[in-house]
Design a protein around this ligand. Sequence first.
Ligand SMILES: NC(=O)c1ccc[n+]([C@@H]2O[C@H](COP(=O)([O-])OP(=O)(O)OC[C@H]3O[C@@H](n4cnc5c(N)ncnc54)[C@H](O)[C@@H]3O)[C@@H](O)[C@H]2O)c1
Length: 267
Amino acid sequence: MLKVGLVGCGVIGTEIAKAVDKKIPGLELAAICDKNKAKEDVLIHSLEKMPILATIDGVIERADLVIEAASADVAGELAKKAINKKKDIMIMSIGGMIDHFDLFDEARKRGCRIYFPSGAIAGLDAIKAASEAHIDSVTLETYKSPSGLEGAPYLEEKKIDLRKIKRKTTIFEGSSREAVKAFPKNINVAAVLSFAGIGIDKTRVRIIVDPSLKRNIHHIVVKGNFGKLETRVENVPSPFNPRTSYLAALSAIATLRKITDAVQIGT
Ligand SMILES: NC(=O)c1ccc[n+]([C@@H]2O[C@H](COP(=O)([O-])OP(=O)(O)OC[C@H]3O[C@@H](n4cnc5c(N)ncnc54)[C@H](O)[C@@H]3O)[C@@H](O)[C@H]2O)c1
């Protein structure tokens, strides 16, 4: 049994915990933690096999695989602590890792793994394959309703009032690095796309607000000497957190299944 420790019992953490509890053979949820005690309580009482409630250090101690589903502020520090203890880690707040690339080599040196699920986008399998040759360009266009972007520091900085946007409007264009800094809770997909392809400075990101949207749309275009790839996903947002797409949680669950399965499908 691979012991799993969870940091963050929100929308994604809850879906992951329920899947580990009931659906995925070979995994056991050993410990959980959230800075919000009410979230811990609700989750723990919804599970069949009760994990231990612990501090972040306690979760790392008890787990073979630590899962971060909390916040970009905590991702880097948590990954560092886990890797120092030679534990594997899965990161959901992927944008939080762009100042911690040194940990990639540290994990390789210590023989542990960092997992970055694809999240709410499609095509990383082909992009990884294409990077074995040469990729010229990667562009991500993300379309969200105003509620999917609320609270982002970029809006404050640029004095953008989402309530005043009445039709489709591009509010951001820049590199993936700039996008992740500007929208730390909203554009994790830009970070994972960059890691798979041509990096955070060459990957281009456009964010478009569309008040008529009920779904978060991610449209990716990649060009290289393999040809051209285009993917478009229309994501159902979580009713509890409109910034988070349901597919992001499912992608984490599928990654966990892949870790434990003898049969590996896709790149
Ligand atoms: N990789 C992806 O594709 C993707 C998609 C959506 C969201 N995310 C990211 O995943 C993370 C979780 O998303 P969510 O929708 O579950 O968010 P959420 O707000 O529903 O849940 C986050 C939980 O983490 C807890 N938390 C925050 N900081 C903490 C800390 N320092 N220690 C312990 N607990 C802490 C919060 O109290 C909350 O319960 C977010 O950072 C989000 O940006 C990633």
